[in-house]
Design a protein around this ligand. Structure first.
Ligand code: HEM
Length: 540
C-alpha cells in the first residue's frame, strides 16, 4: 500500500525523487511532531478552560522561566510566593490555569487540598506522576523513594517505611540533646548571658545537617570541625557537607570541569568519589552487622535491616539503598533547617507566645531535667510553634505532577456551596499543588497571614489536618524525624534562652518582622536571613 503510494507520487511529481533527502525527512518528522505537540497543548488548553487563566511569558520551574524574575508580566520560580495573596483571591477560584505565551506548556495551579489529595497523595495506582525531569536533583546517587513511581515506588516504600520507626525517633531525640549541648559548648555560649546571632540559618542548617549525618547516615558528628581521616584523605563528614552544599552545582557543572585545578570544582568530584567508596563499604559492613544481630538505630542500618528482612523479590540493590540514604539528606536537611529558622523568627516577634510555650516546657519537663522522648507528645505547644512556622513558610512549596493517562478530577464547589464538579483531565496535563496557596487558603485558615500556633494546640502529632508535609501514602516519610528534632531542640533552647530580634536603630518589632520574614526559594522555601539575640533566662 505504502509502496504503491510512493510509486504513484513518483509518477505524478517529477521532482519527487530529489525531494526525499535525509534533511527533508527530518524536517517533515519535526513538523509532524510539532503539530502533534500543538494538538496536545490545544487539548490541554481547551479541557482546562473551566479555570480562570493567567497569561505569562514563561512557564515557571523550566528554563528560561527559572531565570526570569517574577514581574507583572512573568511568573518566575517564586511567583506563587510573591502573589500568594492575589492569585486565587483575584480570580475568585482556588485553581487557576497558567498559560505561558513564549515558552513552556499550560499548567493548572491549585490551592485546594482536596484536589491536592487526588493529585499528589500517590500510592502505586495513581493516574498522576512526578514528571521525570523534576527528579534530577534526587537521582544523583541512585533510584529512591522520592523519584520512583508505581510498583517501583511500592518496592522502595516497603523497605524505607520500616526504617522510620520509634528506635530511630528516640535516637533523633538523644542526638538532638547531645548536639545542642555540643553547640552551646563549642560556640562559647556557656559563659555568656547574651548571644547575638547575625543569621540564625547558619545555626539551624548546621544543626539539621549534623542530625541527618548522625541519625540518617550513622556518622559520628560533632559541632567542631570533623576529625581528620586516618588515611590523610578528605574526612567523610567533610565530603558529606560538600556533597550537600554542591547538589545543584553538580547538576549543572560538566564533569570535565571538575578536573581543572580549581579547588572548589575539584572538591565536587573528590567529595563524591570519597563518599561513594565509603558508602559501598558501609553497606557491606552493615549487612554483616545486621546478620550478626549487632544493630544501631540510625536510618542507614535500619534500611539495611529492613531490606534483609524482605523477600528477594522486593529487595533493593546497593545503589538503591545508597540512593535512599542520600535522599534523606536532600529531603530532610534544608526543609527542617528553614522551618526551624522561621520558628525562631516568629518567637522573636511574639514574646507572648514564647512565654506561653516556655510555661508548658516548665510544666512538662521542669527547669533542670533532660527532656525525655516520652515528653514529645506532651509538648504540643512547642510542636505548634514549629507547625505554624512551617505552614507560613512551607519548605516543600510545590508538588509537581503530570497526568499519566486521561483521567478526571473532582473539584469542590466554592466555600458555602455544597457539592462538587467532575472535569476531564487529558494525559500530559501538568498540575501543581501550590503548597503556599494551600497554606494561605482562607477555606482552611481564617486570617492565614497571621502567625497563630494555637491553631495546632492539642492536635494529634501525625494528624493530616496539618498538610505542609503533604497527605496520603506519598506524604513526607520524614515528618516525625523533623518534628521530633524540632520539638526537642526548641524545648531545650527556649527553656535556657529568651529569643529577641536584633533591631535596627529606631525599628519596631513589627517593622523588623515585615523586613525579615520574607520568603526566599532556592529549591525549598525558606526565610531570608534572620538576625536574633539570645538572652539567658534567669531561673527563680
Ligand atoms: C520541615 C521539614 C520537612 C518538610 C516541610 C517536608 C515536606 C515534604 C513534602 C511536602 C513532601 C511531599 C513531596 C511530593 O510529594 O512531591 C515530602 C516528601 C518526602 N520527604 Fe519530607 N519534609 C520535611 C522533612 C523531611 C525529613 C527530615 C526527611 C528524612 C529524614 C524527609 C524525607 C522525605 C522523603 C523521603 C519524601 C518522599 C516520600 C515519597 O515520595 O514517598 N523529609 N516532604
Amino acid at each position: 500500500m505504502a509502496s504503491s503510494l510512493v510509486e504513484s507520487l513518483r509518477f505524478r511529481v517529477p521532482w519527487f525523487d530529489s525531494a526525499i533527502t535525509p534533511a527533508n525527512l527530518l524536517l517533515v518528522s519535526l513538523g509532524l511532531l510539532t503539530l502533534r505537540q500543538i494538538v496536545r497543548l490545544l487539548k490541554i488548553y481547551r479541557s482546562s478552560s473551566h479555570f480562570p487563566t493567567t497569561f505569562t511569558a514563561f512557564q515557571p520551574f523550566v528554563l528560561p522561566g527559572l531565570l526570569v524574575p517574577t514581574t507583572s508580566w512573568s511568573t518566575g520560580f517564586d511567583w506563587h510566593w510573591i502573589r500568594r495573596f492575589q492569585t486565587y483571591s483575584n480570580n475568585n477560584n482556588e485553581t487557576v490555569r497558567l498559560v505561558p505565551l513564549l515558552s513552556g506548556i499550560p499548567g493548572l495551579w491549585t490551592s485546594n487540598m482536596e484536589i491536592g489529595r487526588q493529585i499528589a497523595s500517590g500510592g502505586h495506582r495513581s493516574s498522576f506522576i512526578k514528571p521525570p525531569e523534576s527528579n534530577g536533583v534526587f537521582l544523583q546517587w541512585g533510584m529512591n523513594l522520592a523519584a520512583s513511581e508505581g510498583l517501583v515506588w511500592r518496592k522502595h516504600r516497603r523497605v524505607v517505611g520500616p526504617a522510620f520507626n520509634t528506635e530511630l525517633y528516640k535516637l533523633v531525640w538523644k542526638k538532638t540533646m547531645e548536639t545542642y549541648r555540643d553547640m552551646v559548648e563549642v560556640e562559647g555560649w556557656k559563659n555568656k548571658d547574651v548571644v547575638d546571632i547575625p543569621v540564625i540559618q547558619a545555626i539551624t542548617l548546621k544543626f539539621a545537617f549534623l542530625l541527618i549525618s548522625s541519625c540518617g547516615f550513622g556518622f559520628p558528628s560533632t559541632w567542631d570541625a570533623p576529625p581528620q581521616a586516618a588515611d590523610g584523605g578528605m574526612p567523610v563528614q567533610e565530603a558529606l557537607k560538600i556533597v550537600a552544599d554542591t547538589t545543584i552545582l553538580h547538576l549543572v557543572v560538566p564533569k570535565w570541569l571538575t578536573y581543572l585545578p580549581i579547588q572548589k570544582l575539584k572538591d565536587i568530584r573528590i567529595s563524591r568519589e570519597r563518599l561513594s567508596g565509603f558508602m559501598h563499604e558501609q553497606v557491606a559492613e552493615r549487612k554483616a552487622k545486621v546478620a550478626a544481630g549487632d544493630l544501631s538505630a540510625d536510618a542507614f542500618t535500619m534500611l539495611v535491616k529492613a531490606n534483609q528482612d524482605e523477600s528477594t523479590k522486593y529487595q533493593l540493590d546497593d545503589a538503591e539503598l545508597i540512593g535512599n540514604i542520600f535522599l534523606f539528606m536532600f529531603a530532610g536537611h534544608e526543609t527542617t533547617a528553614h522551618s526551624l529558622a522561621a520558628t525562631f523568627g516568629y518567637m522573636a516577634i511574639h514574646q507572648d507566645i514564647q512565654d506561653e510555650v516556655v510555661e508548658q516546657i516548665m510544666s512538662v519537663v521542669g527547669p533542670d531535667r533532660d527532656p525525655h522522648f516520652d515528653d514529645y507528645s506532651k509538648l504540643d505547644k512547642v510542636l505548634a510553634i514549629f507547625y505554624e512556622a512551617a505552614r507560613m513558610f512551607p519548605a516543600g512549596h510545590a508538588l509537581i505532577r503530570m497526568a499519566e493517562e486521561d483521567t478526571v478530577l473532582t473539584i469542590p464547589n466554592p466555600v458555602g456551596e455544597e457539592g462538587s464538579q467532575t472535569i476531564p483531565i487529558p494525559k500530559g496535563t501538568e498540575i501543581i499543588v501550590d503548597m503556599i496557596g494551600v497554606q494561605y487558603n482562607p477555606r482552611y485558615f481564617p486570617d492565614p497571614h497571621m502567625y497563630k500556633p494555637s491553631r495546632w494546640y492539642g492536635l494529634p502529632t501525625d494528624s493530616e489536618l496539618f498538610t505542609a508535609f503533604s497527605v496520603g501514602p506519598r506524604a513526607c516519610i520524614g515528618r516525625r524525624f523533623a518534628t521530633v528534632e524540632a520539638t526537642c531542640l526548641l524545648a531545650l533552647l527556649l527553656r535556657d534562652w529568651k529569643v529577641l530580634p536584633i533591631l535596627r536603630d529606631g525599628e519596631t518589632k513589627e517593622e523588623w518582622g515585615a523586613r525579615i520574614m520574607d520568603g526566599r526559594i532556592v529549591i525549598t522555601l525558606g526565610v531570608s536571613n534572620i538576625p536574633i539575640q539570645l538572652v539567658r533566662r534567669t531561673r527563680v
